[in-house]
Design a protein around this ligand. Structure first.
Ligand code: B12
Length: 213
């Protein structure tokens, strides 16, 4: 593999340039570089860069959204029918609970999870909690990622853990994020982890991965 091509791919992601990124992905595939390596060396390394910029001084939402758009295109190019569960790092259910129609943040989290090699089942926005739980059971998920921007959904989020326990699914981790939820502690929300940023959520999964996934 020509290492320059991997650098060119990373630059294209950071520049938000979808067409250039796809050209570089095709160049890498033509030289027999495996899709997993492209994700690891091309996409995940960029996400580490973006994570470092997630500080009050350097945070740039537009940059993250543009990079997210490119990452989505790369994942679709490499895995047009999705990441096979045998190759995935784990399965994550994601959704915005019923009563909340904000989904920009959820979509960024979904793309970043896919970019990191997780299989993601997206239950969408305004989604009943039961639907998240049913999906988690059906797909033998490792975690449910809940995004919430409106405070009125907080009581529903607090119910997820007990509903999972009642169905013998208490090993499934619950991660909360988004404007309304990140102001609370994990204990008060009755979840396993509250993420300040998308990268916090990914780091939490990484830690779990090392221990148990
Ligand atoms: C855009 C927006 C809208 C758009 C939503 C478009 C869409 N498709 O999402 C529209 C115009 C539709 C809208 C509607 C409403 N909105 Co609005 N909206 C916003 C706004 C301006 C930005 C939200 C946003 O998208 N941010 C960008 C994303 C990328 O950021 P994010 O969601 O925080 O996600 C990041 C992280 O938090 C993290 N993350 C997010 N979720 C998760 C989950 C996990 C698991 C992890 C790990 C990480 C993670 O990753 C993302 C990337 O870093 C906010 C104000 C604000 N400053 O937040 C108000 C805001 C959220 N809206 C608000 C309100 C009140 C409404 C309405 C009720 C208004 C009305 N009266 O009709 C309706 C909602 C109706 C409903 N039932 O949901 C309030 C909520 C107040 C509250 N706490 O309850 C806010 C805070 C505005 C305000 N200051 O009053 N809104």
């Amino acid at each position: 593999m020509n290492p320059t091509v991997m650098y060119l791919l990373r630059d294209a992601v950071l520049d938000g340039d979808v067409s250039q990124a796809i050209i570089e992905v095709k160049n890498l595939l033509n030289t027999k570089v495996k899709p997993e390596k492209i994700i690891k060396e091309g996409v995940v390394k960029v996400m580490v860069e973006l994570d470092k910029k997630c500080t009050v001084e350097h945070f740039n939402l537009l940059e993250i959204m543009m990079a997210g758009r490119v990452i989505m295109a790369i994942v679709n190019e490499l895995y047009p029918i999705g990441i096979p569960s045998s190759q995935a790092k784990g399965t994550i259910i994601i959704g915005t609970p019923e009563g909340d129609i904000h989904d920009l943040g959820k979509n960024i989290v979904k793309i970043m999870l896919m970019g990191k090699g997780y299989r993601v089942i997206d239950c969408g926005k305004n989604c009943p909690i039961e639907e998240l739980i049913n999906a988690a059971e059906k797909e033998t998920a490792n975690a449910i990622f809940i995004s919430g921007l409106i405070s009125t959904i907080i009581p529903k989020v607090r119910e997820v853990k007990s509903k999972l326990s009642r169905r013998n699914l208490k090993d499934i981790k619950i991660v909360a994020g988004g404007g309304a939820l990140k102001q609370l502690t994990a204990k008060s929300l009755n979840v396993d982890y509250v993420a300040e940023t998308v990268f916090d959520g990914l780091n939490y999964l990484k830690e779990l991965h090392e221990v148990e996934l």
